[in-house]
Design a protein around this ligand. Structure first.
Ligand code: C2E
Ligand code: CA
Ligand code: CA
Ligand code: CA
Length: 278
């Protein structure tokens, strides 16, 4: 039994080492990924519930690793966040998507860009300056940019978060509160946040047609948002039934596989021409 215990320990150790080595290797590759231009931005349509028009596109970054293939953001964003690499990566995503949406606006003048901001980015001292510079350089109108920040990002230091949000708002940008419902912020903060939209997390949308609790949470969030004069978008809408429920409750905007998955530029371009043609 003792022998066995030691073997297990050695197995455990070597598994741990493997994990650590694996992580270090990935972080090493992540450092090179920007200069090697291995990142790609995919765009997921955000749809107006009543008109069916694509009013905006959420930028979702992908990493095309030379040997591992597509690495999902769920895998590398946390690593990028810990190592601080998210700051340059995030700025690259912002610039890339502002450029792209600016170019689409020649055909679809009111199209908006939605870009995710990580906690590290949101807390960096020169965020407002950086966003202002990117807007200047890409010539995208600030009124066409939505920045998505998660509820938990705002919770580290609420007063500072509010002042950063005001700084962004002064540029003309709109702020969406992402993954809404998954954090544990007090609802009383909401009225102090200069935000434009609540984004209902996919985890609530998933079961709205089968779980009464989720259904009533979503209905209350929509009602509350409207009473605070906020727009609501639901993410992860996959079925007609979910769409039906959300429409009935007055959800303003939707996003999800039912409409389209995140798409590379050329595919998104085709879709825009198909849906938004006038
Ligand atoms: P998120 O911001 O909550 O983005 C929504 C995620 O749900 C995306 O996953 C999207 O592809 C996926 N999704 C959209 N519609 C559906 C649907 O109908 N069903 C299902 N099952 N999933 C759907 P993705 O692209 O893998 O991104 C995961 C997370 O990684 C994002 O969650 C976001 O937190 C982060 N992320 C992605 N790109 C960026 C970025 O450029 N910057 C930062 N800071 N984070 C990013
Ligand atoms: Ca998002
Ligand atoms: Ca989410
Ligand atoms: Ca339940």
């Amino acid at each position: 039994a003792k022998e066995n215990g030691r073997n297990n320990y050695q197995l455990f150790q070597s598994a741990m080492n493997k994990q650590v080595t694996e992580r270090l290797a990935l972080e090493h590759d992540l450092r090179k990924a920007l200069e090697r231009e291995e990142f790609v931005v995919y765009y997921q349509p955000q749809v107006n519930s009543s008109t069916g028009i694509v009013f905006g596109l959420e930028a979702l970054v992908r990493w095309q690793h030379p040997t591992r293939g597509m690495v999902s953001p769920a895998e590398f964003i946390p690593l990028a966040e810990e190592s601080g690499l998210i700051v340059p990566i995030g700025e690259w995503v912002l610039r890339k998507s502002c450029e792209q949406v600016k170019s689409w606006q020649r055909v679809f003048p009111n199209l908006r860009a939605a870009v995710n901001l990580s906690a590290r980015q949101f807390q960096s001292d020169d965020l407002v300056e950086t966003v202002a510079r990117v807007l200047r350089e890409t010539e995208l109108d600030a009124h066409c940019l939505d920045l998505e920040i998660t509820e938990s990002t705002t919770m580290h230091n609420v007063d500072r978060a509010i002042s950063t949000m005001h700084g962004l708002k002064q540029l003309g940008i709109q702020i969406s509160l992402d993954d809404f419902g998954t954090g544990y912020s007090s609802l009383s903060y909401l009225k102090h946040f200069p935000i434009h939209m609540l984004k209902i997390d996919r985890s609530f949308v998933r079961d709205i047609t089968t779980d009464e609790d989720d259904a009533s949470i979503v209905a209350s969030v929509i009602a509350m948002a409207h009473s605070l004069n906020l727009h609501v978008i639901a993410e992860g809408v996959e079925t007609e039934e979910q769409l039906g429920y959300l429409m009935e409750r007055g959800c303003d905007q939707m996003q999800g596989y039912l409409f389209s998955p995140p798409l590379p530029v050329e595919k998104c371009d085709e879709l825009l021409h198909f849906i938004n043609k006038t």
